[in-house]
Ligand binder design. Structure first.
Ligand SMILES: *[C@@H]1O[C@H](CO)[C@@H](O)[C@H](O)[C@H]1NC(C)=O
Ligand SMILES: *[C@@H]1O[C@H](CO)[C@@H](O)[C@H](O)[C@H]1NC(C)=O
Ligand SMILES: *[C@@H]1O[C@H](CO)[C@@H](O)[C@H](O)[C@H]1NC(C)=O
Ligand SMILES: *[C@@H]1O[C@H](CO)[C@@H](O)[C@H](O)[C@H]1NC(C)=O
Length: 398
């Protein structure tokens, strides 16, 4: 922008006018200078204005959301309870932009593993007290990652307090993830006039989206641009191992998991597999999968040595098979989760960053079959920045 301003001031002409027409030189000079400054300014301002109004894009400048997040309790829903039996809640931040107040939404469902039996849930109550309630939520964590880049969006952040992959509905075991998830969409008519809704789910939150959204999204108006971003919840059925995702079946009974009628697969854990779940999403919904090919949680889940490439090759193959339906960012980073990190935007594959590919994806409208794929095919072209704070947060979760 600066270069376009300075190059459009024809300074040599100004000097010429001054020497040949002494009397008018000052006036003419001022007028020309004025015009030369004002026209590029107007063009630039128009561009900025258009950018803000028509192209919602990720902005990497920080905004102070901190003060403006309001906690809303789901008091009208007796079933929307956390594991400690407290009333579940979410946090909401509305944009200041009044013309646009109701039109763009970002809804973030958080993750944090799960528990699946009296014993494992008792362990969780003792050692992860912040994951069984939404009362002690530490807002600081909200502002580190991607949320602060969505300047022009109303934001809803939902803490994970049900330990059931957002899937359960059981008074006996205090598993109410399904009830909490759906209560949020009954509480207010937030989305009546919305143009765009972006759902983001991290880990267990991503599995919750895969399970709950196919039914829910059918209820939204066709005018709304619906987007889903799944961060690190693309599981595969890695059959060489008895642990793995099939173990979740035990949890599904404990939680009284509510499975959509759209998913007929048995056993039910198969409804959580990304490659299956995406088949149930309405075609107009755009889906972006962010998945490390060396996701530490999944490797741990399946008891796999990180030096074994077999799992990663199978995961790669599984993602490729779904690539005509989804956009993909799949680097080879040995960690779990991207978007909650302060450095989320810097992860890259072949010099193309996660933020640039997400921006591009957000800007493409209408075209149903347009998908972006940025995949580290040979496991050596990823850049995976590290940050100590992020590691602390990571450990706190698991
Ligand atoms: C709960 O329901 C009551 C009665 O319908 C209503 O007045 C109130 O606004 C609701 N509260 C919330 C937070 O939705
Ligand atoms: C579970 O508890 C809620 C609130 O106390 C109650 O309304 C509901 O009927 C109970 N459900 C079952 C299946 O017992
Ligand atoms: C949006 O603005 C209109 C009028 O300015 C107001 O009536 C409405 O409640 C606002 N919506 C939200 C979600 O704040
Ligand atoms: C788990 O706890 C519930 C509720 O306290 C109880 O009904 C059930 O028998 C327990 N199950 C096992 C396997 O101990």
């Amino acid at each position: 922008m600066t270069s376009s301003i300075s190059s459009s001031i024809p300074s040599s002409e100004l000097i010429k006018i001054k020497t040949s027409h002494k009397f008018y030189s000052i006036e003419i000079g001022i007028i020309i200078l004025f015009l030369c400054l004002i026209i590029p300014c107007l063009i630039i301002l128009t561009l900025i204005y258009q950018q803000q109004n028509h192209l919602p894009s990720l902005s990497l400048t920080k905004i102070s959301l901190n003060k403006n997040f309001q906690r809303i309790l789901l008091i009208n829903y007796s079933q929307a309870r956390c594991m400690d039996n407290s009333i579940a809640s979410y946090y909401i931040h509305l944009t200041n932009n009044n013309n646009n107040n109701n039109s763009r939404w970002l809804i973030y469902f958080d993750g944090g593993w799960f528990c699946y039996s009296n014993e494992s849930c008792e362990f969780r109550r003792q050692y992860s007290p912040n994951l069984i309630t939404s009362n002690n939520f530490n807002k600081e964590n909200l502002f580190k990652g991607i949320l602060k880049s969505f300047k022009q969006f109303n934001i809803i952040y939902v803490p994970y307090c049900s330990s059931d992959l957002w899937s359960g509905s059981s008074n006996k075991t205090h598993s109410h993830g399904y009830d909490i998830f759906h209560a949020i969409f009954h509480q207010h008519n937030y989305f009546l006039n919305s143009k765009q809704i972006i759902f983001i789910g991290f880990s267990a939150g991503g599995l919750g989206l895969l399970l709950n959204l196919p039914d829910l999204l059918r209820k939204f108006s066709l005018n709304i641009d619906l987007r889903v971003i799944i961060d690190s919840a693309w599981f595969i059925d890695y059959t060489n191992n008895l642990n793995g995702i099939s173990k979740i079946n035990q949890g599904m009974i404990y939680w009284n998991t509510q499975i959509s009628k759209l998913c007929q697969l048995k056993p039910h854990y198969k409804c959580l597999l990304g490659s299956e779940a995406i088949k149930l999403f309405p075609l107009r919904v755009k889906i972006f999968i962010i998945q490390s090919l060396f996701d530490l949680t999944q490797l741990q889940f399946d008891n796999i040595n990180i030096n074994s490439y077999d799992f990663s090759l199978k995961l790669l193959d599984n993602l490729r098979q779904s690539s005509n339906r989804i956009s993909i960012f799949a680097p080879s980073c040995p960690l779990h989760g991207f978007l909650f990190r302060s450095i989320w935007s810097k992860f890259n594959i072949k010099q193309r960053t996660l933020s640039s590919i997400l921006n591009l994806w957000l800007k493409t409208r209408k075209k149903k079959d347009f998908h972006l794929h940025l995949i580290d095919q040979h496991f050596y072209s990823s850049y995976c920045p590290q940050n100590n704070d992020d590691d602390e947060y990571n450990q706190q979760i698991f």
